[in-house]
Design a protein around this ligand. Structure first.
Ligand code: HEC
Ligand code: HEC
Length: 276
């Protein structure tokens, strides 16, 4: 498992990337001859589907069969014509690969394996997504201020929605939905880099949790814990429509993002050069 991961990272850092839209004559021979084995793109935050195209040429004197393509994640799709796809000698072709980066952040790298009758070719696509605005980050607190806040929360778990606490725990959630609402209302505690030990690591337990589970915790939470209740009827800041958007995000996107974070962490460990 670990070994295989290292192999993948090693291979991907060897790839010479072509920027999205950049053109180059096929020169890299890996069964077929390709314009590149890796393509990358620095995306704007409003780009949701990133479309790459890999071009190839059959420089051999024999037919080559492309049998199928598979990707490391459902968010990446390679489109082939009917398979087996027969590539005659001297013939050119192209393979579009689309990455869905909805709800993602940071640097995402995916591998697509093209299976031919002569072996596999791995195509790498990489997207760096525009960073979340730093104005979303709360100001730093001193240790003393954090301890004082914690004491107030221990006396009343809803204190967090009142007085000075609103600056960081309520204001940033206003008008937000889905992922941004998660980041401002929940991630502030659950994804904190110096997360308190008694705050659940939510991503680790998120898989397979249903709507009722999320709704109950968000709206009512559990008295006697430090997890606040967010519904208006408990004095919380979130209306029903915001809570619905949050639950939809938590069920559909949130568990998948763990994988993305892992990829980012791994690529940082491998001292992967970030996109400029
Ligand atoms: C300046 C921004 C800010 C203010 C003001 C603030 N908090 Fe927080 N709070 C945070 C951040 C950030 C975290 C995540 C832990 C960290 O990084 O310090 C957090 C975490 C918490 C936690 C989880 C336990 C912990 O310490 O990690 C509780 C409980 C909490 N805050 C309650 C409160 C209460 C109650 C108030 C008001 C009396 C308050 N906070 C005011 C920023 C703030
Ligand atoms: C003030 C910090 C804080 C904030 C903000 C916060 N939580 Fe929590 N959350 C906690 C703590 C502490 C616990 C652990 C409760 C316990 O002791 O069981 C917890 C537990 C949970 C659990 C239960 C996990 C389990 O054990 O099954 C869920 C689910 C959860 N939080 C979701 C959320 C969501 C969704 C949001 C945003 C709407 C959110 N939390 C915001 C502190 C916070």
């Amino acid at each position: 498992m670990t070994l295989q991961k290292n192999v993948l990272v090693a291979q991907s850092t060897d790839v010479k990337y072509l920027e999205l839209g950049e053109k180059k004559a096929p020169s890299i021979t890996k069964i077929l001859t390709w314009d590149s084995l890796g393509k990358r793109h620095q995306s704007r935050s409003d780009e949701l589907d990133i479309k790459f195209t890999f071009h190839f040429l059959n420089k051999t004197k024999k037919e080559i069969l492309i049998k199928r393509a598979f990707t490391s994640c459902g968010c990446t799709v390679a489109k082939l014509p009917a398979t087996p796809w027969v590539i005659k000698p001297g013939v050119k072709g192209s393979i579009p690969i689309t990455m869905d980066v909805r709800g993602k952040n940071g640097v995402i790298e995916k591998q697509t394996t093209i299976i031919t009758d002569l072996g596999d070719v791995i195509l790498t696509t990489k997207v760096a997504i525009g960073a979340v605005k730093s104005s979303n980050k709360p100001r730093k607190r001193s240790k003393a201020e954090r301890a004082e806040n914690l004491k107030l929360a221990a006396q009343n778990r809803q204190a967090i929605f009142q007085n000075n606490c609103v600056e960081c725990h309520v204001e940033p959630t206003k008008g937000k939905r889905g992922r941004q609402l998660y980041a401002t209302a929940c991630g502030i505690c659950h994804d904190a880099t110096n997360r308190a030990s008694f705050v659940t690591e939510l991503r680790a337990i998120s898989k397979g949790k249903n709507q009722a589970y999320w709704e109950e915790w968000i709206k009512d939470s559990k008295p006697g814990t430090l997890m606040p209740a967010f519904a208006k009827k408990h004095g919380g800041p979130l209306d029903d429509s915001q809570i619905r958007s949050l639950v939809a995000y938590l069920i559909r996107v949130f568990p998948r993002e763990l994988k993305t974070k892992q990829v980012i962490a791994d690529s940082l460990k491998a001292k992967d050069t970030p996109l400029k």
